[in-house]
Design a protein. Sequence first.
Length: 606
Amino acid sequence: MMSPVGFFGLRLQQVRGLGKWVLIVVPMAAVVGSLCALFLWALDRATLARFMAPNLIFLMPVAGALMVVAYQRYGRTAEGGNNLIVEQIHQPGGGVPLRMAPFILVTTVLTHLVGGSAGREGTAVQLGGSIASGFAKVFKLAPADVRILLMAGIAAGFGAVFGTPIAGAVFALEVLTIGRMQYEALLPCLMAAIAADWSCHAFGIEHTHYAIAYLANAGETTGFHLNAAVLAKVVVASVLFGVAARIFSELSHVVTAAFKAMSPVSWLRPVIASAIVLGLVYALGTREYLGLGVWSPSPSDATIQGFFRAGVVDHWSWLWKTIFTVVTLSGGFKGGEVTPLFFIGAALGNAIASVLGAPSDLFAGLGFVAVFAGATNTPLACMIMGIELFGAEHAVYIAVACFIAYLCSGHSSIYMAQRIGTPKTAGGNIPPDLTLKELRALNAQAFGDFVGRIQHRAFDVSITARKAAEMASHTLAQKEIGMIRIYMKPRDKAAASGKKFFGGARPLYREIVIQAKTAGILNATAHHTHFGYSNNGKLQDDGAEIVNPDLTMCVELIAQREELEQFCRTHGDLLKTKVIVYKHLEHWHLSEGEVQASEVLKPTGT
């Protein structure tokens, strides 16, 4: 039983913790909310300018090339965007650069000025993450507190830019890990979202209002009416919302890879994307799929607001908006995906309603939030957003749409840094805490192996014959090589360079890998662990939700022994207290004609 002294001591500790977060989070959120107000104002001016000067879209190739070059020369790690913020929350390291805020604000406005089909959520989240990281460095917060503050930054940006503070808070808790909520940041995220939304409104910024006329008067008498026929149609539509979300996510990753394969020169990719977008504009004879798509001066254009109006039927706008947005963002232009997802969902809901004979405004609203839920794996946040935007009388329909769309979108997302805490289906054999990027690579490898087996069976080539053919057609060369493993803690820091914002020090494992690259080392990788110890120290285990900064990890370097010895001597100030293990390897080199060389590392001793 807890003593009175212990009880009041615990309460005092909680009050101190709450006071700390109030003093840090509220000013941070006020800054984020103010920047979101500036961003929304600039975005509105840019959209008006594009409507008044239609020829601005011909500057799209120049604008795209300039923003890619600017990020490469001056943005550096800011290029990581939303995924960088998610990665830093999962594994605090180098932090989110403060330069990310001005870069993403200016480039997103520029994207909309020239007609790129993009959104605004990515900008708001990156503004929040960048400012939060800056505050964390000023207050010299511990890694666990940095993680919470970054989540509060996401909540502040999301809540302010859409005017949905509760959804913003839950989104920040939910977006990091599929199937697992991060409750340790619950109150800071809520404070941040409310303060940022309040600050944004203080500058006179108003958000677009969407109204669903269906059941508008039912609540005056008997409350919510659940219609079984409508609910059955909602279930059917929700499956399609989930499929549409997966199509958007997968198409984004495929087209991004295609652009990289098509043009090794990065600044040429937005030029190619611009040519495709402009070609589609003239092929379709319309500009309605450019920009946000929230409103248009032309009443005949497809817009998000238009899909909620009675009598408006549009069957294919959702598909065209998907194509325009995927090409724009995959080509290198900046902005978010969420507002285009709102457009896609509302348009698809409108189309499905016309086929099923359902209320078009209700289904437009359901698609609005459900496609977003499937593409980001945040069903609770999207359900709350739907209630905040459309009213509680539609809560059951909204919940059904968001939950089913989330399930039907599979393990796919517009955020590849998301981790899988709990798989969506019990039958899936997915390792814990795997990122969606890693899962995608595993699936691609498995699919490639499957296709290979099918091809070999189709041609009736035995494994023995295939190996003989490979041996006859390839040359194998081998040479001696070495590997060292350097053991350390994730929290270990290198000496601060003085060049980073607020003088932050780089994590030691990152510094070693960077120095290895500079020294010409063949391979340098950092490996995180889940359980163990080093240098006769204490046994450490990975935390359930918060990363353990004392858990042993290692950096692995592969090169000639002489190069490794020279590297250790040169960087003795970094390595002198670390456990270093050397291993002898063979470097295998396979080649034939124009076949690319592949490398195989085979341990032969310790």
